[in-house]
Ligand binder design. Structure first.
Ligand SMILES: [Zn+2]
Ligand SMILES: [Zn+2]
Length: 413
């Protein structure tokens, strides 16, 4: 009977299809399980390895620390007088951390201090020296719960009091009682309790310590940039190709601004381009800088934002002259004590120019900076152009004084 045959064929076909369907489901479930098992194993493996590394590091570094009574440290005695001396290893008081310095970075501020022999707010000699660092905790004082030996941290160079007028109005950078810490150019550094509580950050495993040490200057750069009323597509002129000028221009480029870098030295031209400057004006002439920068804007009207990152009066004046009507100027570079500038008041008033001057950083900016470094978008590696041992610190500063092409040198104790 044809009907029976057809039925039989239909039935067997549906049986086969069901079998295939089941088979496929079974295989897919197996693959799914297999994948989950492998991923789990990888995850556990990674966690095990990382915790082993963390334990190993804690054990080794802590053992070294406890076995030592003295350490090598840079002591600033005055103008161009840094000595590497043997000093007692610090021990943690309640609330404090002792950090084994993994990398300490040279900074324009340190160079200024080296030249002048002091810094009114930050350091009075004789004193331990250096303030941009990241390292490994070797001792946590009584009451510290956030960090244990073995933790990789960046300890900022300052912390606000939290209860003065300025702290209460979100201007922690202007705190009446800003506490500064120095001593990064050493094997170990004491981190005061207030900095432990407010401005010490855990460094993600994938971030090298020398990159994490950029948190402090980058926090100043992000602060200065955000204070300049930026918006995507704005034309931003950055005057100065030093470490902070380059950092600000990189931050501005990452934020979608069109950056014009104004630099003096050959080495800075390449660095500015690599870090995202759309245009580079290389000159040491004030007039040429103003003219060439304006020429890069429609009808020579001037840039939307000009950020001065040199710290000399001529550059402050230059910044005011290259901004458009309604634009913003940020006097980011601090000049020597007692410096005065002459500005064209008519230009500022009738062109409705906003003048800003950003100083230092806040705890929120420090967190933003480390996040930016950890994101991988920020080219941290480009800012560290040399490595040197603590013993070579004098030579490193002498080289920096002679305007070498180094951006930052990582001092490894
Ligand atoms: Zn610095
Ligand atoms: Zn305060």
């Amino acid at each position: 009977m044809p009907g029976t045959v057809k039925d039989a064929i239909k039935r067997s076909r549906s049986t086969v299809e069901t079998a295939i369907e089941h088979g496929r489901a079974t295989v897919e479930t197996a693959i799914e399980h297999g994948r989950a098992t492998v991923e789990d194993a990888l995850h556990h493996g990674r966690a095990t390895v990382e915790s082993a590394i963390q334990h190993g590091r804690a054990t080794v570094e802590t053992a070294i620390y406890h076995g030592r009574a003295t350490m090598q440290a840079a002591v600033l005695h005055g103008r161009e007088d840094i000595r590497i001396e043997s000093v007692p290893v610090p021990r943690a008081e309640p609330g404090e951390l002792i950090v084994r310095v993994g990398a300490a970075l040279t900074c324009g501020t340190d160079l200024k201090v080296f030249r002048r022999g002091y810094h009114a707010r930050m350091i009075v000699p004789p004193a331990l020296f250096g303030h941009e660092l990241a390292g490994t905790v070797v001792e946590a004082g009584k009451g510290v719960t956030d960090f244990a030996p073995g933790a990789r941290v960046v300890a900022l160079n300052s912390a606000p009091c939290g209860h003065c007028y300025f702290c209460e109005h979100s201007h922690e950078n202007l705190c009446d009682d800003l506490l500064f810490n120095n001593g990064a150019y050493a094997e170990f550094i004491r981190v005061p309790a207030r900095i432990v509580a407010k401005n010490t950050l855990q460094v993600p495993e994938h971030v090298p310590l020398e990159h994490a040490a950029l948190t402090e200057p980058l926090a100043c750069a992000v602060h200065g940039f955000e204070d300049s009323r930026p918006y995507p597509g704005a034309t931003v002129a950055v005057i100065g190709g030093g470490p902070l000028g380059l950092m600000i221009l990189h931050v501005a480029a990452l934020a979608g601004c069109e950056v014009i870098a104004i630099v003096k030295h050959d080495g800075q031209v390449e660095a500015a381009r690599q870090l995202g400057a759309a245009h580079v004006v290389q000159t040491s002439s004030l007039r040429k800088a103003i003219r060439d920068t304006r020429a890069l804007t429609p009808k020579d009207r001037g840039v939307d934002i000009a950020i001065e990152a040199v710290g000399v009066p001529e550059a402050w004046q230059e910044a005011v002259e290259m901004v458009r009507k309604g634009g913003t100027v940020n006097f980011f570079g601090g000049c020597a004590v007692g410096t005065h500038v002459t500005l064209d008041t008519n230009r500022i008033h009738y062109n409705d120019i906003t003048l800003r001057a950003t100083f230092h950083h806040t705890p929120a900016m420090c967190r933003k900076a480390l996040d930016l470094i950890a994101s991988g978008k920020f080219q941290a590696g480009a800012f560290i152009t040399g490595h040197a041992h603590l013993y070579e610190l004098n030579r490193v500063f002498e080289k920096l004084m002679n305007r070498s092409s180094e951006i930052k040198t990582a001092i490894v104790p």
